[in-house]
Structures are given as structure tokens and as C-alpha cells.
Write a new protein. Structure first.
Length: 184
């Protein structure tokens, strides 16, 4: 059996194994998406004190409770989220991305974007589909950075936390994702 065939079989097996979680990435109702986003943010806060600290200073937080990524060589990811202000949803968005390269598998994860200024938040809506990596400065917060983050070190427009990763796929990234406002 060739290496290419082994990789393809492994990717299909993995995709089948995580298809239960992937099937949950359906289009949620407005109430369901708001509830899931608030729950995901609460879980992030419980696991990461730096996220809670950012949340206190943020103008708004865009939470994508479930992003699904799958593929073999070509991969795509998609999910929906809610923009939270004062603990309530004030808008709904989708996040989509595609990539190409040596990759195989499927995974599910969530992420939250903490908007630290009104200008960064305004850019989200005036951009007619914000492509992460362009526009306001974005910092992806990993565990090491989270430990040293304080209110005096906040210098960027948007901070991103990736959370609840399940499944197996080489690499994860949110830069290059396109976020667009949707009606619910």
C-alpha cells in the first residue's frame, strides 16, 4: 500500500471518527447561537484567567463556539458566532477559511476575538467581510502569552483565544479566515 493511500485512509477514518462533532456545526437558531456563545465564553473564562481579564476591558467579544475544519490536502473550515456586548448578542457572524498543503484530518474548535477599541469593532462591520490578518492588529494568545498578559501590556486592537480543540489535523490557524455579518 502506498504512503498516499495510507494517508487517505487515515484521513477518512479520522473524519468518520469525529463526524459526530462535525455534524453539530449546523446552522443554529439565533437563541441557540447566543446561548452557545455565552456558554463557550464562560468556559474559556473558567479555564483562562487572562481571557477573563481581557473580557473586562474589551469593547465587545466575538465568540465562535464551534468551528469545524476538515480536509485532505485541501481543507476548509466554517462556523457561526455571536458578537457579545454586556453579556448579550448584538450581532451574528460566520467565519470561513480554506487552505491547501500537506494536511489531512478533521477537527473542531472554538475561538473568541476580544475587540479592545471602538475603532477595531467599527472595522468589523465597515469592512464587508473582515479577513483576519488584515485591518486591525490581531494577536493570537497562546498559553505562554496568556500567563504574562496584564492590563498594562494590552497594546493591540484585537486578541484571539482558540479553545476546546477536538479531533486531529495538522496545524490550526485563524489568520486568513474571513468573518462576515449574517442575519439571524
Amino acid at each position: 500500500m502506498s504512503n498516499r493511500l495510507r494517508i487517505a485512509l487515515a484521513a477518512m477514518t479520522l473524519a468518520a471518527a469525529v463526524s459526530g462533532p462535525i455534524a453539530t456545526a449546523h446552522a443554529a437558531s439565533r437563541a441557540e447561537l447566543e446561548r452557545n456563545s455565552i456558554r463557550a465564553l464562560d468556559n474559556l473564562y473558567a479555564k483562562n484567567p487572562a481571557a477573563r481579564q481581557l473580557g473586562r476591558k474589551a469593547v465587545a467579544i466575538l465568540v465562535f463556539p464551534t468551528i469545524v475544519k476538515a480536509g485532505f490536502m485541501f481543507a476548509g473550515q466554517i462556523g457561526e458566532g455571536a458578537l457579545l456586548r454586556g453579556g448579550k448578542a448584538t450581532g451574528f457572524y460566520n467565519s470561513m477559511a480554506a487552505s491547501y498543503g500537506f494536511q489531512a484530518g478533521a477537527q473542531k474548535f472554538g475561538y473568541a476575538l476580544f475587540f479592545m477599541s471602538k475603532d477595531a469593532l467599527a472595522y468589523l462591520d465597515k469592512s464587508n467581510g473582515w479577513e483576519l490578518g488584515s485591518g486591525p492588529s490581531l494577536v493570537v494568545v497562546d498559553e505562554g502569552m496568556a500567563k504574562s498578559l496584564s492590563t498594562t501590556t494590552l497594546t493591540q486592537d484585537v486578541y484571539a483565544f482558540v479553545f476546546d480543540q477536538k479531533g486531529l489535523m495538522g496545524g490550526i490557524g485563524i489568520q486568513g479566515s474571513k468573518i462576515t455579518r449574517i442575519e439571524k
